[in-house]
Design a protein around this ligand. Sequence first.
Ligand code: C2E
Ligand code: MG
Ligand code: MG
Length: 729
Amino acid sequence: MLIRSSKILIVDDEERIRSGLSAVLLQAGYEIACAANGRDATTLLSKKDFGLALLDINLPDVSGQQVLDFIRRRQIDTSVIMVSGESTFEQATAALRKGAADFIAKPYDPQKLLDTVSAVLKKRQRKKEYLKIQERLQGSEELHRFIVDNSPDLIFMLDDQGYFSFLNEKSRQFLGCQGEDFLGRHFSEIVLSQDFEKVSQAFRYLNRGGHQATRSMELRLRPRNGGEVRHVEVWAISVEMNSLGVYATQRDQGRPMVGIYGVARDISDRKQSEELRRYHLYHDQLTNLPNRALFTDRLQIALGQARRKKQQLAVMFLDIDRFKMINDSLGHLAGDELLQKVAQRLKESLREGDTLARISGDEFTLLAPDIGGVDAADIICRKIQSVFEQPFQLHGQTVRVTFSIGYAVYPHHGQTREMLLKNADLAMYRIKGKGRNGHCCFTEEMNRINSYHFDIENSLHRAIENNELRLFYQPQLDLSTHKVVGVEALVRWEHPVRGLLYPSEFIPVAEQTKLICSIGNWVLEQACRDAVRLAEAGYSDLKMAINVSAQQLELGHFDRDFLNILGKFPLDPTRLEIEITESNLMQDMDKSMRILTTLATHDVRIAVDDFGTGYSSLSYLQTLPIHTLKIDRSFVRNIVPGGEGQNTIITAILAIAKGLDLNFIAEGVETGVQDAYLREAGCLQAQGFHYSQPIGFNKLLAFLEHWNPQRNSTNSKISPIQSYSSSKS
Ligand code: C2E
Ligand code: MG
Ligand code: MG
């Protein structure tokens, strides 16, 4: 069809030949044009698009050969068949050499003519198609090369021995090489030695895995120009190189050669940010020390090693003593700076294999693997404490830092990291309890105390619900008349298993677990209820003293709760006195001030309990709304008969109280001598076993009924102690 649509130019000076050829070709369906001489022929050829020209060699003006030359010179896309009557062999070959497609001798056989024309046109058609394909192929190869070379990924090929057989432009840039200079080199030249085994394994797998086996992995490369190590993510597939047109070598005779095609991507930036994230995940930002997570991880590994090698290791808890106070007085910025310096000094005093971590504000942990034993751990503690003898200089201030250190040693004090950490922590708390600045090894006894603590904590939750709390009352007397002027409410816990428990056995746990607020509210409500009952029994003037912990002031809304409870009872608020210890008052001075002032404006009285054992600063006595000082029983215990000089503290405190116009109570009066001395010294009130132990409400009523102030004021040896001293009744 295409062939028939080709236009044919007939060039001959003889009219007869022209019409003869035209007739045959028209008959066969070709489109025809004619020229009678060479000049017309060249004009037509340059204007029109002829597929074929039948060209007579001998033309009158421009010869057939010259027309051929013209076609070639002008690169006219027309095939030529030379037609000649008396042509020589030389003429024909010359024409063919100049590009003619064929030669027909006159007179021609019409069928042969048609066959020749058709054959030339077909050939011409084939050539055109071939050229088109060639063109397309070339385009697509260029396209692929362009894609490969401009790919943001590194594209490469390895032969079956691991030598590079192709690298795209990006790979060359990445590896810092030019042109072909990396071809034929082995991949091991650029893989970081730590990753070499991983890559070799993958390579062996791909080689063995046959056609289309794939592997992806992350690895590190060492560029040849000595640049930074780069991370890449590689995806590789094994391919039959032959099928890709990659030349095989003699090596692979008999089997298709397998090579590896790979794509890699530079993920160094991602890795870097991942590493940074991981670093932050496992390090404390202030000191750059490992954090708790990394510490426990390292401890786990060290434990495994110690177990295998039968070694011992120490886990230590190091807590900076009174850091809160230092931090508050220096300011937080300086506090942070101090922590950094402390961390630095600690690190310098340790071995290289030790792990020091900061696990919270002022708490550090230390892992010392492969130590000689408990003694060695003790030596580490001493060393730490000695390097901290030297104070820090911080913004012109001298700051001394001491530690409470507790430690546990594997395998003696625990087999698991949890046990070791818990036990080291317990030992640290023991040192804190003992007055800080020291070190202490874990002992089993600590565990017993701790499990007691745990048990108490668990059952304390139910103590209020199950109505297991009791209030005992200890009478307070006016020393000059020996009349009962008040009672102090002291809480007890009737534990279903352990029996009657004293405050020292459960109040510290309650304080730690915040249960102290509900216990405090229960105490207050019960004390108010009993104060009302006392009034109903005729003792409406008795003062009711109630103990309060620092945690009650600190947590929740103590003043609001207190006034709410008080509001439920028909009670004169002046009958209530809150007892709070000096050190508790000082914990958060501003808050204490606010709460106590609110209560004082509602006419509730405030007493400082255990006075003389804490700061004993006079300034707070003047700023806080305080009504009573309760001198600690240790001073009363030390009263020496006739030893005036040794009793000066009591005298001094009495003078202060008088000077500030405060009520003064002595507690812990156990003997008549103490009673007499205090009375002489001008002490106003007292309480203690000498008069009565703390007793239950009914016993208190009986006590009040039978108490004879006269008899007891004159003969201090005779007291109702015997009848009211059963502390657990
Ligand atoms: P505190 O307020 O100083 O109470 C006086 C403590 O001394 C009481 O101990 C009392 O039984 C004891 N005591 C009284 N007279 C004598 C004596 O002549 N000799 C000796 N050696 N001791 C005497 P208790 O009842 O064991 O209470 C201990 C502490 O527990 C109290 O000390 C108080 O701080 C606290 N506490 C008691 N009840 C409560 C309460 O309801 N809430 C709070 N937050 N703390 C309470
Ligand atoms: Mg008290
Ligand atoms: Mg006291």
